[in-house]
Design a protein around this ligand. Structure first.
Ligand code: EPZ
Length: 434
C-alpha cells in the first residue's frame, strides 16, 4: 500500500506553479460531450478525477487525445447515448454532471448516484428540481438516476435554488445550454469554477450570462461548435500551499493564480500574522513563525471556502490561543480532527463547530486521509510535526492535487511516496478454552 512518509520540521521555501482547477475541469469535461466539434482544453490538471471522467467519455465513444501533460483534445461527434461505466461513475461526485450534459445532448441520461467525499448527507434534490423545471422526468432507482426529456429536448424555465449549490448550478447550466428557450437560475452559486464552465461553453457558442452572480441567464442554442479553452488556476490547490507556507513558517511564491479568487484565504491568513503579498498572477506568503488565533466560518463564494477548512484548522491547531471554526456548508466535515489529535492537537468538535485550543506542538504519527482535503490537512500537519508522519489512503489526495509530492519536495519538504507491503489481515484466532 502506498503511503506518504513525511519527516517534519522543514520550512517551505521557493516557488510553486498552481495547476488547473479540479472543480472546473470535472464540469468542463462532461460539457465537452455536448460539443459538435473538437474541444482543445489547456491547463487540464493531471489528477485521478479528470482521468476518471476522460475514461468515461471514451467509453461513451468520445475521442480523447493527450496533446501534452496538461492539454487534451476531445471529439464527441461520434458519441452515442449508451450506458456509461457505472463502476467508474460511482467513484466520483462530479459524475453527476454527465446527467446535465447527456440530457442536453441526447434528451436522455442514465448515471449512478454520485460518489465523492463523505461529509454526511449530500443530496441532489436541487439538481433534480432544476431538471424537472427544464422538462425532464427523473427517476432514482436501485442506485441509478434515469432522466428523460419526453419531448426529446429540454425547454427553458425559471429556477430558484432553495440552497446555494455549486453542483446544481453547474448541472442546470449544462442542461439549459442546448434547451429551447431561456433559462434563469436564481440563488445560483458564484464560485470561480462556475464562471469557468460558463466561459468554456460560451467559447463553444453557448449564450450564458451572469455566471459569478446569483442570477444566471442561459439562452438555449441549437449546437455548440469546437474551439479551445484554458482552465483557470485551482483556488483550493493555491490556498493549500499558502496555508502550508504559513504553517511551516516558510516563504513561498505561489504562481499561476488569480489573486481575486484567493482574497478570503489571504485575508484569513493575514489575521494569523502571516504576510501575504499579491502580484498580478501570484501571491507571496511569508510565515511569521508566531501564528495568531483566528475564527473561521465557511460560506459559499466569496466567503471562506469549505474546501480550505481542514487545512486552516490544522494551522489554527498550532496558533497561539483558541480559534473557533464553523463549517457552514456540510454536516460532518471534521473527521480529520481525530487524526490531528493523534499528532497532539487539542480540538473539541460539536456538530458544525470545532474549537481549536491552539499551541499544539504536533508530533509525527501514522494517520489516515479521511477525504481529499482532510488528506491535504494531514500533509500540512506532517510538514509541521516533529518526527515522522505516515499518511494512508493517499488515493483521496491524488484525486485533487497534481504532483503534490513533487511540488512539495521542490519547496524543501522531506516527503516521499513509499510502497509498504500490505499488512496481513489480522484475524481473531479462535481461542480454545480448555
Ligand atoms: C462542490 O461539491 C465541490 N465538488 C466540493 O469540493 C465543494 O466542497 C462544494 O462544491 C462546495 O463548494 C465539486 O465541484 C466536484 P454543493 P457539490 O452542491 O457541488 C447541499 C473538493 O474538495 N446540497 O455546493 O456537491 C449539500 O449537501 C470537493 O474539491 C443540497 O442540499 O456541493 C451541501 O451541504 C469536496 N441539495 C451544500 O448544499 C443539492 O441538490 C453545498 O453543496 C445539492 C447540494
Amino acid at each position: 500500500m502506498e503511503k506518504y512518509v513525511i519527516n517534519g520540521g522543514n520550512a517551505l521555501r521557493g516557488e510553486v506553479e498552481i495547476s488547473g482547477a479540479k472543480n472546473a475541469a470535472v464540469a468542463i469535461i462532461p460539457a465537452a460531450l455536448m460539443v459538435d466539434g473538437i474541444c482543445r482544453i489547456e491547463n487540464m490538471p493531471q489528477i485521478s478525477d479528470t482521468d476518471m471522467l476522460l475514461t468515461i467519455l471514451s467509453h461513451l465513444g468520445a475521442e480523447v487525445k493527450l496533446i501534452n501533460k496538461n492539454t487534451i483534445e476531445i471529439d464527441s461527434r461520434n458519441v452515442r447515448f449508451c450506458d456509461a461505466p457505472f463502476d467508474l461513475m460511482r467513484k466520483i461526485r462530479a459524475s453527476y454532471y454527465l446527467i446535465g450534459a447527456m440530457l442536453g445532448r441526447f434528451g436522455v441520461a442514465k448515471t449512478t448516484m454520485p460518489g465523492g467525499c463523505n461529509f454526511g448527507v449530500r443530496p441532489i434534490d436541487q439538481h433534480i428540481k432544476g431538471f424537472n423545471a427544464l422538462g425532464a422526468d427523473i427517476e432514482v432507482k436501485n442506485g441509478f438516476i434515469f432522466a428523460e426529456a419526453p419531448e426529446g429536448r429540454l425547454h427553458g424555465s425559471r429556477i430558484y435554488l432553495d440552497k446555494v449549490s455549486v453542483g446544481a448550478t453547474m448541472n442546470i447550466i449544462l442542461a439549459a445550454t442546448l434547451a429551447s428557450g431561456r433559462t434563469i437560475i436564481e440563488n445560483a452559486a458564484r464560485e470561480p469554477h462556475i464562471v469557468d464552465l460558463a466561459n468554456f461553453l460560451n467559447s463553444m457558442g453557448a449564450d450564458i450570462r451572469g455566471a459569478g452572480t446569483d442570477t444566471i441567464k442561459v439562452n438555449g442554442v441549437e449546437r455548440l461548435h469546437g474551439g479551445s479553452y484554458s482552465i483557470i488556476p485551482d483556488q483550493i490547490e493555491a490556498g493549500t500551499y499558502m496555508v502550508a507556507a504559513a504553517a511551516t513558517a516558510g516563504e513561498v511564491l505561489v504562481k499561476n493564480v488569480i489573486p481575486k479568487h484567493l482574497e478570503c484565504i489571504s485575508a484569513k491568513l493575514r489575521e494569523t500574522g502571516t504576510i501575504v503579498q499579491e502580484y498580478e498572477d501570484s501571491v507571496l506568503v511569508k510565515g511569521s513563525g508566531n501564528l495568531r488565533k483566528a475564527n473561521v466560518k465557511t460560506l459559499p463564494y466569496p466567503g471562506f471556502p469549505t474546501d480550505m477548512q481542514p487545512q486552516m484548522g490544522t494551522l489554527l491547531a498550532m496558533a497561539n490561543g483558541t480559534s473557533v471554526v464553523t463549517e457552514g456548508i456540510y454536516d460532518n466535515r471534521f473527521k480529520y480532527v481525530n487524526e490531528l489529535r493523534k499528532m497532539g492537537a487539542d480540538v473539541q468538535v460539536d456538530g458544525r463547530i470545532a474549537i481549536f485550543e491552539g499551541n499544539a506542538k504536533l508530533t509525527g504519527a501514522p494517520v489516515m486521509a479521511c477525504d481529499l482535503r482532510a488528506g491535504a490537512a494531514m500533509v500540512i500537519a506532517g510538514l509541521c510535526a516533529s518526527g515522522t508522519t505516515q499518511i494512508e489512503d493517499i488515493h483521496f489526495i491524488e484525486r485533487g492535487y497534481e504532483n503534490f509530492v513533487g511540488k512539495l519536495r521542490a519547496l524543501g519538504a522531506d516527503i516521499a511516496i513509499v510502497d509498504f507491503p500490505d499488512e496481513p489481515e489480522i484475524h481473531e484466532k479462535a481461542v480454545s478454552v480448555g
